[in-house]
Design a protein around this ligand. Structure first.
Ligand SMILES: C[S@@+](CC[C@H](N)C(=O)[O-])C[C@H]1O[C@@H](n2cnc3c(N)ncnc32)[C@H](O)[C@@H]1O
Length: 223
């Protein structure tokens, strides 16, 4: 484990030089989010994102009950929209992973451990009883690999809450929006997601449609 001096020793670069490898192999997803990072949190406060996010966040918070005093692992934290929400709702600490170091730079200073790495491959030397991910799975090349890796970081019986886009008309518009940035987004049928979760060590215990193109699920880590 190395500490990144540029961020005052705050950021953890896990796993023997993986951060260098990540930086060298930046694809369109990483480049896109690196360039968006500085204003990302501000843009979330503008229409239509503010409206969308508030709708999604209300459902997410309902699904994430029993937050107080908990430590969360968050995959694909971005500039920390949901990390902040978790902390405001009483979470004790968020271990926040993202591929973009500039996104990590936007995170709040306290009660967060930023981790630079790829959600499909990162190996963090601890396990959590709560995990969270929003808006990540559509951007990864192998969503099942990410869910399997998440399972490896959650204790048996632990719970992950995951927000992802569904394959409906609004979802296809969302995909089209990001096609313009050179990315082809994954969209999910809810049943397809439940099967993928089962194959990767999870049992989905609750699902909720929220917003025009999103669904949020709670899944329990199998023993
Ligand atoms: C749409 S943003 C969502 C950010 C945040 N969860 C939110 O709701 O504001 C997706 C984030 O996932 C990150 N990301 C994409 N692929 C990743 C990967 N393979 N591993 C880790 N983070 C990734 C991006 O850098 C970006 O910050």
């Amino acid at each position: 484990m190395l500490l990144d001096k540029c961020s005052g020793g705050r950021r953890i670069l896990w796993s023997d030089g993986r951060a260098n490898q990540v930086n060298q192999q930046m694809g369109s997803v990483e480049l896109y989010f690196e360039t968006q990072a500085q204003d990302y949190q501000k843009k979330c406060q503008c229409w239509p994102w503010k409206w969308l996010r508030n709708r999604e966040a209300r459902s997410v918070i309902t699904m994430l009950d029993d937050i107080r005093g908990r430590s969360f692992l968050e995959f694909g934290c971005g500039a920390g929209f949901y990390s902040r929400l978790l902390l405001e709702a009483g979470a004790d600490h968020v271990w926040a992973l993202d591929l973009s170091s500039r996104m990590l730079d936007q995170l709040p200073a306290h009660h967060i451990t930023p981790i630079l790495g790829d959600a499909a491959e990162i190996q963090i030397e601890r396990q959590f009883d709560r995990a969270f991910s929003a808006g990540l799975l559509e951007f990864v090349s192998d969503p099942a690999m990410v869910l399997a890796n998440l399972a490896g970081h959650v204790l048996a019986g632990g719970v992950a809450t995951v927000l992802f886009p569904v394959a409906n008309i609004a979802g296809f518009l969302y995909r089209f929006y990001h096609c313009r940035h050179g990315m082809f987004l994954n969209l999910f049928e809810i049943n397809e997601f439940i099967n993928m979760a089962q194959r990767t060590g999870w049992t989905v215990t609750a699902t909720n449609r929220c917003g025009p193109f999103s669904a949020v699920v709670n899944m329990r880590r199998n023993s």
